[in-house]
Ligand binder design. Structure first.
Ligand code: PBG
Length: 346
């Protein structure tokens, strides 16, 4: 008796009988036909490049947890913007690494006209006026405790935070930011920012809402990049969304749109493709994903170990965002992906 003897032979049916002659591989047999039926495309127009700002001039510091990335002073940020513009990248998003002595409990630096993020915007706009600048309006780079809100007796004060952020948003617009992107998840922030922008002559400045920002472990490397890693007390679960929740993501987005958000974002990216698809189907709004620091660093680390082909995984993840319904992606890979696309892709 051999070990396969228990297998009973089925009555023979051909594959054509099984499939009804529908063979899905027909369209996959050649590169040209695969190109013809390709449903989703990634282009340079889909890319937003997040960059990190730091004080000084001619400063370019590597970020240990994000290999290949640097914090740059405003003058070098302008150079990065030139590079991005040459590659055809439509917009940058800026994040400041604020000196500790400028931080306080309330993140008051956000109300400083010449704070680091606004100086970054001015430097970039002076050098490359045609590139879009998206500024994150949140308190975490400016607070001694690393929270996105004003913290008093262990409680995040929603309404005081909203007032602080709305003020900061106006200064960001005044510095030349093209899109204001609040990432703090306080209630009422979108409407308050809209009112403040409108009252100060910036009614044409759109708001990209970090509509669904999840309480995620994927932000780790970013916190090293902006120097908040050692500062954060506790977690952000009282304001970011529980990763378990999808209906709540819809309600958050609905609320932000009702308050006047022009564009919506899902963050992190790849683990939340289901949310992206749901929001796109539900609201048909310009929808973006943030492929966050942890996603970037995981790909980089595995590639550095020779475990994956980093370029192919990068392009596959970016395409996946498009397939899920994104109009664009904030990604630290933006210049690398743009270079590859300019060469005709992989
Ligand atoms: C907070 C903020 C975060 C990121 C950008 N702005 C999250 C956080 O630190 O809680 C994360 C970006 C990334 O991980 O790439 N306002």
């Amino acid at each position: 008796m051999n070990k396969h003897s228990s297998f009973s032979q089925p009555s023979p049916r051909s594959v054509d009988e099984i499939t009804g002659s529908r063979r899905l591989r027909r369209m996959r047999k050649a590169p040209w036909s695969r190109r013809l039926v390709q449903e989703t495309q990634l282009t340079v127009n889909d890319l937003i490049w997040p960059i990190f700002l730091t004080e000084g001039t001619n400063v370019r510091e590597p970020i240990a947890a994000m290999p290949g990335l640097f914090r740059v002073s405003p003058d070098l940020a302008a150079k990065e913007a030139e590079r991005a513009a040459k590659l055809g990248i439509p917009a940058l998003a800026t994040f400041p690494n604020v000196a500790f002595d400028l931080k306080d409990e309330a993140g008051s630096q956000i109300r400083e006209r010449e704070n680091l993020i606004n100086r970054g915007t001015r430097a970039i706009k002076a050098a490359v006026p045609e590139i879009g600048i998206i500024t994150d309006v949140a308190l975490d780079p400016f607070t001694t405790h690393g929270h996105d809100g004003i913290l008093r007796d262990g409680i995040i004060l929603n309404d005081e935070t909203v007032a602080q952020i709305a003020h900061g948003a106006v200064l960001q617009a005044e510095a030349g930011a093209d899109i204001i992107a609040p990432s703090d998840m306080m209630d009422g922030r979108i409407g308050a920012i809209r009112d403040a922008l409108d009252a100060n002559g910036f009614s044409d400045v759109p708001i990209m809402s970090y509509a669904t920002k999840f309480a995620s472990a994927y932000y780790g490397p970013y916190r090293e990049a902006i120097g908040t890693a050692g500062l954060l007390k506790g977690d952000k679960k009282t304001y970011y969304i529980d990763p378990a929740n999808s209906d709540e993501a819809v309600r958050e987005t609905e609320q932000d749109l009702a308050e006047g958000a022009d564009m919506i974002m899902v963050k992190p990216g790849l683990p939340y493709l289901d949310i992206i698809r749901r929001l796109k189907d539900e609201f048909a709004m310009p929808t973006f994903a943030y492929q966050v620091s942890g996603e970037y660093s995981m790909i980089r680390a595995a590639a550095a170990n020779g475990w994956i082909d980093g370029e192919r995984v990068m392009m596959e993840t970016l395409l996946a965002f498009k397939r899920a319904g994104c109009d664009g992606i904030l990604t630290y890979f933006a210049p690398e992906a743009a270079e590859l696309l300019a060469k005709g892709g992989l």
